[in-house]
Design a protein around this ligand. Structure first.
Ligand SMILES: [Zn+2]
Length: 431
């Protein structure tokens, strides 16, 4: 089998967390990592393709653990508003006009942006999930796909049936880069009976739940009034966490909430930019990590961020943790990098497959150039990836063993066509 050899780079396997291999080599065989170590490594075999990574970092791809990728179409459409007003007055009315074609082109725009920024897996929740799945297949990225369930819609029953059917179909086909989930939007948009049915269905199908949780103070206050419990405690009482769950935000948490999330191994997804832009607050990430909760990192949708740049998200998450707590040691660079890779992978239930460079794991690898002026001199590569790097520094991206970007050129997607089609869709939505 022809192999890929990434030679001479500084390798960050992220397993163990603090390992750095100067002048390292990573060998990919098929869709898996076959070898990680110092140069020269095993002998070159006929047919091996060599990628010179001198002056670059070779590391696991970033995992964007929460987004609504097709919301790239609404990027910059509504800024500087509070979450509820933003949803009800701007986002939901525009989304009422969505077609599967809009979702497809919006997804391709977001996926192209993510690949160019070193993201190799994303976890999505949106309307017309089949269109997102098509975009995942076309692009070569790895995607967790779920249709968003809003319990107040008159079509909720149809949506549920369709969501379950989609998961069953995807499970049967077992595409290596498509991971289905079920996604009730939030505890406050889905009645208890629906939440329970979705959790039960997810359990039976062997997939995760993906649900926004404890995002705003308002949500917590309403939950206390209506259920006499915080949103986290409420879901715990309903038995929802018996099913493995991914929960973006988790901004407003009590000590008991943190205990529940850690004990239930809920994949908390920290979305610092979105939470600050919508003034929702700042998640108690340091306390969650102390409690040994599973914590990943996500950008949320491009309408509340306003990009899908995970390198920027790491920087924002790290510096705001310090500014918010008054403690400059809060969330250091290695913790942040772990959150954006292994942490996110674990939150999605993929911790044994992606998020580290280790023989036997899926070959999701990025090559980040250290050549830029803003990256020199190089005292520490982990510090540079979190605090100095930009999305544009990502040079090559390999997903499931297949190169999808080489020397900043996308190999699977036509950028000009995507930009044109996405712009057509976007202008119709806001007209
Ligand atoms: Zn979201």
């Amino acid at each position: 089998m022809a192999r890929l050899r990434l030679e001479h780079g500084t390798v960050l396997p992220l397993d163990p967390a603090d390992a750095v291999i100067h002048r390292g080599i990573v060998i990919v065989e098929g869709n898996r990592i076959a070898y990680v170590g110092p140069m020269p490594g095993p002998a070159v075999e006929p047919g091996d393709q060599i990628i010179d990574t001198s002056g670059c970092v070779v590391m696991p791809g970033l995992v964007n653990a929460h987004t609504h990728v097709s919301m790239t179409l609404l990027r910059g459409y509504a800024d500087d508003m509070a979450l509820q007003e933003w949803l009800e007055r701007k986002i939901w009315p525009a989304e009422m006009k969505l077609t599967p074609e809009d979702v497809y082109w919006g997804a391709l725009l977001g996926i192209a942006e993510m690949i160019r920024g070193g993201v190799t897996t994303f976890n999505d929740m949106y309307h017309y999930p089949r269109a997102v799945a098509d975009a995942v297949q076309k692009s070569g990225i790895r995607g967790c796909i779920s249709g968003v369930m809003l319990g107040m819609l008159p079509t909720a029953e149809d949506l549920l049936r369709d969501a379950i059917e989609l998961v069953s179909q995807m499970k049967v086909k077992a595409h290596p880069r498509l991971i289905p989930m079920l996604a009730p939007h939030a505890p406050y948009t889905c009645p208890d009976s629906l939440l329970k049915r979705m959790a039960q269905a997810a359990g039976e199908l062997g997939v995760r739940l993906h649900i926004h949780l404890a995002e705003t103070r308002h949500e917590v206050e309403d939950s206390l009034k209506e259920h006499g419990a915080t949103p986290v405690r409420h879901l715990e009482r309903l038995g929802i966490f018996e099913t493995p769950t991914v929960a973006p935000h988790c901004v407003h948490l009590t000590d008991e909430d943190i205990e529940i999330l850690a004990h239930r191994r809920v994949g908390v997804v920290h979305c610092p930019t979105s939470n600050m832009k919508l003034a929702s607050g700042f998640a108690p990430v340091a306390r969650l990590l102390e409690a040994r909760a599973v914590v990943g990192l996500g950008t949320d949708g491009a309408a509340s961020n306003n990009n899908l740049d995970m390198i920027e998200e790491m920087m924002v998450g790290a510096v705001v943790a310090k500014g918010h707590s008054g403690d400059p040691t809060a969330i250091n660079a290695p913790q942040m990098l772990a959150m954006a890779t292994r942490g996110s992978a674990e939150a999605l239930g993929l911790g044994d497959q992606i998020g580290a460079l280790k023989p036997g794991m899926r070959a999701d690898i990025i090559v980040v150039s250290l050549h830029g002026l803003h990256m020199q001199p190089v005292h520490g590569v982990v510090s540079h990836i979190v605090y100095a790097a930009r999305a544009d520094d990502v040079r090559d991206v390999i997903i499931d063993g297949e190169p999808v970007m080489r020397d900043r050129t996308l190999l699977t997607l036509d950028e000009a066509e995507i930009v044109e089609r996405a712009n057509e869709c976007a202008s119709r939505l806001v007209r």
